[in-house]
Design a protein around this ligand. Structure first.
Ligand SMILES: [Zn+2]
Ligand SMILES: [Zn+2]
Length: 294
């Protein structure tokens, strides 16, 4: 720590003011997430990226499913949490085991327990559940709203925010129904990263319950006004680098896909567009996403 920073803290303590909160560890992103085309030859099952120590991003390649979803693995001292199990036709348990195995080999006392939960209950995020169900040291949270509410301890779904401690690493859990009834967002305090699933990502935001979706976006805006958010990392990329342009539904090869991370400015823009529609949703293109009522 620089002497000036020490002085500031000493002065703050002397004045009775709270010490400044530690800065979040900003994650590193690769230059591209390009997930290849139809052929799997020579391609690893998952692209695994260490965003920050103890925070891994796994991307399913295009050759196994055109949805190419992103999965997240966050590791604390007492347990690890996997968000989503992929779109199927892929060994997700093996990929997660190898990341956890490497982590344990280099970290004393690393956790053996794994919680497997979902951004929401759609098939392209839960297809690998059977690979974890019934395994020792694994708690699988089923995909339905009741199971999610009970596991995380929501008393007043979707309005109360709850926390989930991985051991020295706290996640905030927000209910964000609208895309799907069991949708949640996870916020990793260590990296100030929000994981909003299919509710907010660079692509087509399919909205089934417009009223619930509007309130969920409001909830994310309010949360991110009160907490730093370094990045919103969703579960797909369907957008091209060219603003207002997405790849056609089902496109397997997306060589010019947009970056994954969205910002609070993108969220505020979405919230503003949603408010303008006053409950009468129409398909609306924004620079980095499209609101797509179902
Ligand atoms: Zn979905
Ligand atoms: Zn999806």
């Amino acid at each position: 720590m620089r002497p000036a920073a020490v002085l500031l803290i000493v002065l703050a303590l002397a004045c009775g003011a709270p010490a400044p909160a530690p800065s979040p560890a900003v994650g590193r992103m690769p230059a591209t997430w390009y997930a290849g085309g139809a052929t799997c030859a020579g391609r690893p099952a998952f692209r695994v990226h260490e965003y920050q120590p103890g925070f891994f991003i796994l991307r399913q390649p295009a050759c196994t499913n055109y949805e190419k979803p992103f999965l997240y693995l966050v590791i604390g001292r007492t347990r690890a949490l996997l968000l989503d199990t992929g779109a199927g036709n892929i060994d997700v348990a093996g990929a997660v085991d190898s990341v956890l195995g490497a982590w344990r080999a280099t970290h004393d006392g690393a956790p053996r327990d794994l919680v497997v939960t979902h951004s929401h209950g759609h098939g392209d995020h839960v297809a690998g559940d059977d690979q974890f169900r019934g395994h020792a040291n694994v708690t699988l949270v089923e995909r339905d709203t009741l199971a999610v509410r009970a596991f995380f301890g929501f008393a007043h779904w979707p309005d109360d925010a709850v926390t989930f401690d991985l051991g020295g690493r706290v996640l905030d859990v927000l209910a964000i129904p609208g895309h799907q009834p069991a949708s949640i967002a996870l916020y990793d305090r260590a990296t100030a990263t929000m994981l909003p699933g299919d509710s907010f990502y660079p692509g087509r935001l399919y909205v089934r319950d417009t009223a619930a979706f509007a309130r969920s976006i409001e909830r994310l805006v309010a949360f991110s006004a009160a907490h730093p958010v370094t990045a919103f990392l969703g579960t797909h990329i369907e957008q091209q680098r060219t603003p207002y342009t997405d790849y056609v539904v089902g496109t397997q090869d997306q060589p010019d896909e947009d970056r994954l991370e969205l910002t609070r400015a993108d969220l505020v823009q979405l919230d503003s567009a949603v408010r303008t529609m006053r409950g009468r949703f129409v398909r609306t293109k924004l620079p980095r996403l499209t609101i797509w009522p179902m």
